[in-house]
Design a protein around this ligand. Sequence first.
Ligand SMILES: *Cc1c(COP(=O)(O)O)cnc(C)c1O
Length: 387
Amino acid sequence: MTTIELDNQYIAHTYGRFPLELVSGKGSLARGADGKEYIDMGTGIAVNTFGFGDTVWTEAVERQLRTLQHASNLYYTAPCARLAEALCLRTGMKKVFFGNSGAEANECAIKAARKYAAEKKGPEYYTVITLENSFHGRTLTTLAATGQDHFHELFRPLTPGFAHVPANDIEALRAAVSEHNVAGILLECVQGEGGVRPLTEAYVKAAEEICRAEDILLMIDEVQTGNGRTGALYAYMNFGITPDVVTTAKGLGNGLPIGCCMLGEKVQDVFGPGDHGSTFGGNPAACAGALTVIERLDDALLASVREKSAYVFRTLSGAPGIRAVTGMGLMIGISTEKPAKEVVSACMARGVLCLTAKDKVRLLPALNIPWELLEKAVSVILEAAAE
Ligand SMILES: *Cc1c(COP(=O)(O)O)cnc(C)c1O
């Protein structure tokens, strides 16, 4: 049987896959089983920050695999400690918990908020406010946090203790905070799965102010927006706020599973031994690779992300068949006149892999995509949207 036939027979049908088997990749080029080469504008959903087969990352991971591939959290290992140090020094956060996915990072954040509130105010202060149209993961708790009802159907009862409010509505946020016994607010600065929609700066700042005033936690979900994706190391840095908790995953791993919950000053000591854990969390190979990602997200690289972003916005905005371009950095949503799925199929036929998010075409290229490939991909998108 072919890979596609085997997959259809033996893999649970949870994914709507594109009709393409990928077999290898180098940088921003992927090779299909069809023998064709594709420009990758999706990076495995914002995971392959430095593209396929990145030499620095691969060498660090390989070296670690040959040295010590796993030890469990019963022992100290250097890659995990060094990565935590790098993350804290670059963000000002104080402590880090490592898991293996975005959902797991958000689970940790929610547990941190509940424990902080339970100790500070009482166990009834457990509600976490999230936004309508948000996406926070697929576990039953992060699904409950996710403000999109269609993901909830037939999976109830979900974990209680979540309230959803419309994005960018400061009064609705204030009302929800006074209506519920709130532990924290969890936000994506740019809603990714929800259609690449940035929050307004006024809203994010108001959320911070409310959290300070009420002594509740401001938690930023940077699973998709983090690790240079928006042109800042973490997207919250574009908004001039100081969160209490930051979660990330996807692009930190560059292809290996990792999730990370960063705890700020207020909650740095919220967890004690036995409060939380993850067998694979802080895996040495994943952390050795992630450290090379963080180390290379320097000012020059972030400036190039902003420059490439400006080029994409400038070139696509107002072009035939394109209604609007949204997003931040190299996390870009394109509203097209034709259905997004048709544009994405037309791009694939022309050798460019794009994603969708809700009704938009979504671009999440490698942060180091070469200019000539970016220009070629953008010209293909222009053709596909216009035809
Ligand atoms: C992808 C994503 C998640 C879930 O991450 P997984 O690694 O799939 O568990 C959570 N939050 C946001 C904002 C995401 O984009």
